[in-house]
Design a protein around this ligand. Structure first.
Ligand SMILES: Nc1ncnc2c1ncn2[C@@H]1O[C@H](COP(=O)(O)OP(=O)(O)OP(=O)(O)O)[C@@H](O)[C@H]1O
Ligand SMILES: [Mg+2]
Length: 137
């Protein structure tokens, strides 16, 4: 569950995010819509602990954004558009393994989780294909 409370961000004279409040319950999907410069990316960056709010906070799965940013980071995954940050020469599986390793996940556990996800998300066809050959990458 994500609870955003009074989240605001001021960049010098620009008020990028002004007192944003919303709740996303487990299993819910939320889309943020707004014109260019509305503050969507800034809101997400704050929730992802990449940018310090000027005011307000958020609670992510029981952890406070400001007080427990390390715990929040363990709860979230974030993928921004544009440059996706995957390694072209590696396969999808190798990319996932690499990031699992960077996050100190046990190798065997990572393998197991990958297998689960491959099944769940129907990724069998491209899990061992190099990312450079993916459409849109
Ligand atoms: N690092 C920054 N320094 C100064 N101003 C910024 C910074 N990041 C964003 N802004 C400003 O804050 C406002 C909100 O920008 P933001 O990128 O969050 O909007 P957005 O809704 O994601 O827009 P888009 O639809 O174009 O992606 C804009 O006026 C932008 O120029
Ligand atoms: Mg944006």
């Amino acid at each position: 569950m994500i609870e955003v409370k009074g989240l605001s961000k001021q960049f010098k004279e620009v008020k990028a995010v002004d007192d944003v409040n919303f709740t996303v319950k487990e299993g819910e999907i939320l889309g943020l819509l707004g014109e260019n410069g509305a503050g969507k990316t800034t809101t997400l960056r704050m929730i992802a602990t990449m940018l310090k709010p000027s005011a307000g906070t958020a609670n992510i799965n029981g952890f406070d954004l400001l007080k427990q940013p390390d715990m929040v980071r363990k709860e979230i995954g974030i993928l921004f558009g544009g440059e996706v940050g995957l390694y072209d020469r590696l396969t999808a599986r190798e990319n996932i393994k690499y990031f699992a390793d960077l996050n100190n996940m046990d190798g065997k556990e990572a393998d197991k989780n990958i297998e689960k996800l491959v099944e769940m998300l129907d990724m069998r066809e491209f899990i061992d294909r190099r990312v450079e050959n993916f459409p849109g990458a």
